[in-house]
Design a protein around this ligand. Sequence first.
Ligand code: SF4
Length: 941
Amino acid sequence: MNNIKIFPIQTNFINETADFIVTNYPSETSDFSRLAFVFEGKRPSLFLKKAIAKRIGGSFFPPVFFSIDEFISYLLSKNMSFENMPNMERWHIIYSLAKKIAPALIKGRTDFSNFLPWAMEIEHVIDLMDLENISDQEIENIEASACIGYEVPDTINILLKNIKDLRDLYHGQMNETKSFSKGFIYKKAMECSENIDFHEFDNIFFAGIFYAHKTVKIIIKNLLEQNKTQLIIHGNPSEWKSLGSLYSSFNITPLPIEDTRTEKKLPLIKLYTAFDTHSSIAIARDLAKKTVNPETTLILLPKPENMVPFVTELASIFESFNVSLGYPLNRSSFYSLIELIMKAQLTKKNKAYYVKDYLGVLRHALVKSLSIKKDYAITRIIVHKIEEASNGIFNSSFSGQIFINTESIENDDKLMTTILETLEHMGLTTSREDLTEVMRELHNLLFNLWENINSFYKFAGVIGIFVETFIQKGQLAWYPLNVKTAERLCEFKDEIENSSFSGEEFTKEDIFKIFINMFEHEISPFTGSPLKGVQVLGPLETRSLNFEHVIIMDANEGVFPRIRASSPLIPYEILKILGIDPRSRENEIQKYLFTRIVQSAKNIDIIYQKGADKERSRFLEELIWRAEQEKNALNVIPLQNVSFPARYSIKQNIVKKTRDITDFLKEFCYSVSSVNTYLKCPLMFYYKYVLGLKEKEELEDEPGGKEIGTFIHELLEYTFGMFKNKKPVLNDEFKLFFFRAFDTMFHKVFESRMASSAFLLKKIIQYRLQEFLKYESVRIVREILYLEKKFKEELFFNGVKFNFKYIVDRVDALEDGSILILDYKTGLDAVKPKENASLETMPMDRLSIKKNIRSFQLPVYYYFEKKKYPSTQVNAAFYSLRRPKLTYLIEKNTDIDFTIKQSMNALEFILNEITSHETDFCNISKDEEECSYCPFNSFCG
Ligand code: SF4
């Protein structure tokens, strides 16, 4: 039959098709608009248009292009008007019908939310039956067997017994409402395809179709008989079951292709092993960097989850590239925010929110970037300060509470004052009223709005307001996936608002459950500018396209091919009896996609992950085997070695000092920590002390080092308090008192929230404290002078005053009359200045000071305390509580005066630099090690 044209799989399908069209359908007016092309997807049409334009060398009227779904809908619309039925409506109809005709089926799952997974599956199976035009007789045979009983759970037998009635009634409802499922559209189109007139086209080409549902085969057969249809196939039908079956449905036996191009050898193949996602992305990025012609390069991404990290890498290499693949919308950050909001609603008690879930919502990046009043920095600061207040960093009416009420937050005076002060430091003046308004709007949008949902109609309203607000005031556009999610949410809102069940009453929990269930299956066709630069495509998006250089990522079993379980409800054997075999169909489609793309390329780089639980893709194994057969030798495809020099990359940032900032810095009360922070990184100082941003304090179940440190400091202050101005006597009585206090405080701080896992932590701390007491018992102390004492001082350098504050953990008067300042260390962080020899040659600049002084802590303590005891010998030391040990500032033969003089000179230099209008806050000499642990690296990244 000359209505079928075959191109060998090794050829470039688009180029061959363009040549064929231009040669066989010449048009003086360059008018191809009476030709229609039906491809499996949408993308090939753009490439074909470009290829035709190249051959014609001027403007032309292009053919009319359809995807297969579009063509089937077009065909049916010539016969009747109809619309697509939304998913939720379809599932609800199945639920209602099952409730009516097969109540045993919904037993134990009477609510829509509980039955939803079943409704989805049943609808999916009916859709498959429609697509494959399964007859009533075939279903009746299955039902008859089900009456005898398949060896499956009873409920499945009940479903099989009722499947025909369910399908009939479902069809009836769709006919009544003229609102159809995909399968029903195909079925109806097939039924009327014999008599449809396509007078608007001279020829309809079905191009690059590989697998066709039975309904499509019948449609093509009917159109072939009208003699205005051609099939253009890519690949040999005698080698591919799906192509062969396409042929046989027209009663043609496929013949081998007589084309010398089938002789083409395999392309140049290189293999790369990665050990995880990051390394496979890094390999792909480096290979993409070396590509000679980006326009003919494909990066095949079988795992949509890798799209975001990979695109981030690619953006640093190419100005333009195209990404096109189906991406799960429930991975977008906008969706994750909705999930957090739902969680907060479900853990709410009366009017109060569980603090962890409340903060989880507020901390979301999209919330912090909402511009409710002028600047989104206001929202960001509000969120930070609420978090700090809640974690007890400063006192508020809701500090430390497990459940919090939004109203009490809005009315908290201390919180408002702190926010206003921070904003003022940042040069953002706003009124208290405005601030309250922003806070109320935040609470309304993220919490109050979601409180009274009891129907899908109300839920639709909430989704509408929510999305609208984020479109107007948020930063959704920064991230295309969020825009896609917002679009889908708007569609979803319309669908459920107009659904037949929108007014029915549901619990909020059920509505959320249904929504999450539905969104789990939402895939967005993510498309960029299709004809520009390197193409990053999912396997399905490569249909009918070919490239010279191909980089395939994740060539592992379970990824490529990724075969989904066909239907958890209908046993696989039964589907096969019905002629539906999704599993082998999927496998063949993916193998075809792999083979097409590999065989028509010139260079292929294939990356796969290696590991105990990771196997190479069966397609790759077959390719290797073919290459070995071709060369009649083993290991003919070289495995490339790659290494990764790890670098932490942070942008260079500079913050100019305004007059307000320098005024603020001149009045600022410095501490050892703030100056040490500046030494580490001036930008870090800016974020922390000028903007007042604080590292996030998570309310974790497991306490962190900082929390344990605070606990030990408090315990030591309380227990050693009895020895203030006295000689400490660590006898049995004291030890009893000490560990009783430890028990009580530990229970209060940790045990109540950690339950059984507190046991180990308690044992560790207890052991360390026992060791500390042992060490402490042999130290000869005459008197404890202070414990945890706060001081405020004034430092004068060249007549310029600097405010300074410090807290000393403990000061002892020793037996020899000297004074010892102690700083307890529960962690590892204890550094003192280098030897005097280094300090002597130290240039006065920040980096040299950082390298030599390292920390101002002990010199500053010494400096201030020495002033109180001018004629007494003073020393300072870090007291490690991990392994009891003292690290003294002054070792034997140290010229302490010189150490302190150089340290104070360095402090003067640093304070002058901080307050100088001439020096900006910048990270030019950033320390990558520092950056990798810095809580502000997202600001610098
Ligand atoms: S990420 Fe690096 S450069 Fe940025 S503030 Fe932190 S330490 Fe400084």
